[in-house]
Design a protein around this ligand. Structure first.
Ligand code: MLC
Ligand code: AMP
Length: 506
């Protein structure tokens, strides 16, 4: 059978891996490099373990694991069996994980080795396996004995390939259902749009539990059979060291600002780079300009989200304009509408809506929420505010959703406010994001105390173990009352304006 006849995205990846079997795939400074053949072999063995655990097409595999070559193999093994990969942030606490387990009902849950005892009570009916960053854990013990699975499950283009959780405005996370066609179409478009070359080497320092690191970055390399410099996380010295061997780097804006802070970060260090790509959060015009001044490179900014993967991109050839996210990618339709869904003219600010093969199939087990966020003609309402200029170039100017993006991670204020409001010494709270030099936006809790001021350690203590630490407020401010509009709604914009300079000293 022609492997490409199977719409399972892994068919396309496997064909490339076979054609590049002896090529390096995951170059891991300080650890063993993996060839494409090694990745295939590891993923076939892990698929054997998952199959023994009873995984069938459509079943979910929940993964809360450190970044490693085996974590990539686990993702590919899940696709091989036609099951859906459900990656979650390693920072999530047991309480948060309990929700993802209950909601996604995985047949297998793979957690970090050190988390087994803590996660067991929330694993439900799932088989709990573990994976250590250094290769330890029950998954690989079993894989050493398992019968490798060489076949790739037949899937339809519209079948589920992954569920990516994205926080909801009500505080309840929604699982965005991504199909094989979503993954395939977006990866193919990006390879072409960014001119991926056979001698490219991607510097991969992003986490592999969000679409940026897991899909955008990984797929570009895997679908072209090119190597990645695969770093366990963004650590500025390690990135500096790897840069001279790379040709492409993808990152959130914090990667770029942290590199700029290093005096020894020079143009020579990126002499081999052909493309720097930024996304997941706004890249400021200052960072764009400082980067160009230091390196001679104009960063290519693109715009995406978990529900749609990549929507727009600045061009590879042609003007990359700071403060804009470029043009809709081929096949992606994008329009700017008013609150009633009426199309706006060029230059007018409204909500961004998108339609195309990249747009997800809906929210997992939330048909009402899905219906609310899709128009009748199939356009998805992103919740981002933007405008399109005369030649079709898109700029993002804000968000209609109450969301903070800090270092590329999303934080929904409601989730934090709900826990702070439970404190007996708090009357009410409002959580906002204000400009932060390192993270783009920093989380601030504005609190109305019942009596004595509420101190930051008390707030942290309440959130500890319940909410991932990156969501914790970096600062707690006490106020006698919250500004409200005539309808009684808290005016977050007024608060953001009031505290705009709070982190200017940070
Ligand atoms: C870590 N911390 C953060 C944070 N990351 N706080 C706020 N925002 C963040 N993003 C906190 C930790 O809780 C901890 O606090 C302290 O900082 C140190 O933790 P760390 O793990 O050592 O942090 P660091 O390594 O410095 O991480 C920063 C970072 C990382 C920017 C490298 O956050 C990162 O890799 N971000 C990338 C996110 C990403 O991939 N987003 C893509 C989403 S997909 P404490 O209190 O414990 O000391 C998407 C779609 C699209 O948006 O378009 O791509
Ligand atoms: P997530 O839900 O984690 O996938 O985050 C997606 C959100 O990140 C989008 O809805 C945007 O608000 C934001 N985003 C992604 N890329 C950009 C960008 N280049 N500029 C501004 N915001 C961005």
């Amino acid at each position: 059978m022609n492997p490409l006849a199977n719409p399972n995205f892994l068919s396309a990846l496997a064909a490339v891996a076979d054609a590049h079997a002896d090529r390096p795939c995951l170059i891991q400074p300080g650890a063993e490099d993996w060839s494409y053949a090694m990745l295939t072999d590891a993923s076939q063995r892990i698929a054997g373990v998952l199959a023994e655990a009873g995984i069938r097409p459509g079943d979910r595999v929940l993964a809360q694991v450190d970044k490693s070559a085996h974590a990539v193999a686990l993702y590919l093994a899940t696709l091989r069996l036609g099951s859906a990969y459900v990656p979650i942030n390693t920072a999530y606490t047991r309480e948060e994980v309990a929700y993802f387990c209950a909601d996604s009902e995985p047949r297998v849950f793979v957690c970090r080795e050190q988390d087994v005892a803590d996660r067991a009570p929330v694993a439900g009916a799932a088989t709990l396996l573990s994976l250590g960053a250094d290769g330890g854990g029950t998954l690989l013990q079993k894989a050493a004995q398992a019968m490798p699975v060489e076949t790739i499950a037949e899937r339809a283009a519209g079948d589920l390939a992954a569920i990516v959780y994205t926080s909801g405005t009500t505080g309840r996370s929604k699982g965005a259902m991504l199909t094989h066609d979503n993954l395939t179409s977006n990866a193919r478009v990006l390879l072409d749009y960014w001119g991926w070359q056979d001698d490219d080497v991607l510097l991969h320092a992003l986490p592999v539990f969000h679409v940026h690191g897991l899909f955008v970055a990984l797929h570009c390399a895997l679908l072209s059979g090119t190597p990645m410099l695969f770093l366990p996380q963004f650590e500025v010295s390690a990135v500096m060291e790897a840069l001279p061997r790379a040709t492409v780097m993808m990152g959130v804006p914090t990667f770029y600002t942290r590199l700029l802070e290093r005096d020894d970060f020079t143009q020579q260090r990126c002499a081999g780079i052909r493309l720097f790509i930024s996304g997941s959060a706004p890249l400021t015009e200052q960072t764009f300009a400082a980067w160009e001044a230091r390196t001679g490179h104009r960063i290519l900014e693109r715009y995406g989200m978990s529900e749609t993967m990549m929507n727009t991109s600045n061009p590879l050839v042609g003007e990359r304009v700071p403060g804009t996210v470029g043009y809709p990618l081929p096949g992606v339709q994008l329009r700017i509408v008013d609150a009633e869904g009426r199309a706006l003219s060029r230059g007018e600010v409204g909500v961004i809506e998108v339609r195309g093969p990249n747009v997800f199939a809906g929210y997992w087990r939330m048909p009402e929420k899905t219906a609310e966020e899709f128009r009748n003609d199939g356009f998805f309402v992103t919740g981002d505010l933007g405008k399109m200029d005369e030649d079709g170039r898109v700029s993002i100017v804000g968000r209609s959703k109450d969301l903070v993006i800090s270092g590329g991670y999303n934080i929904y204020p409601k989730e934090v406010e709900r826990l702070i409001d439970e404190m007996p010494e708090v009357l009410e709270s409002a959580v906002i994001g204000v400009p932060h030099r390192d993270f783009g936006e920093g989380v601030v809790a504005v609190v109305v105390p019942v009596d004595a001021p509420v101190e930051e350690p008390a707030v942290r203590a309440v959130l500890e173990g319940r909410l991932a630490r990156f969501k914790h407020p970096k600062v707690v401010v006490n106020v006698p009352d919250l500004p409200r509009n005539a309808m009684g709604k808290v005016q977050k914009k007024a608060l953001r304006d009031r505290y705009v300079g709070l982190f200017s000293e940070v």
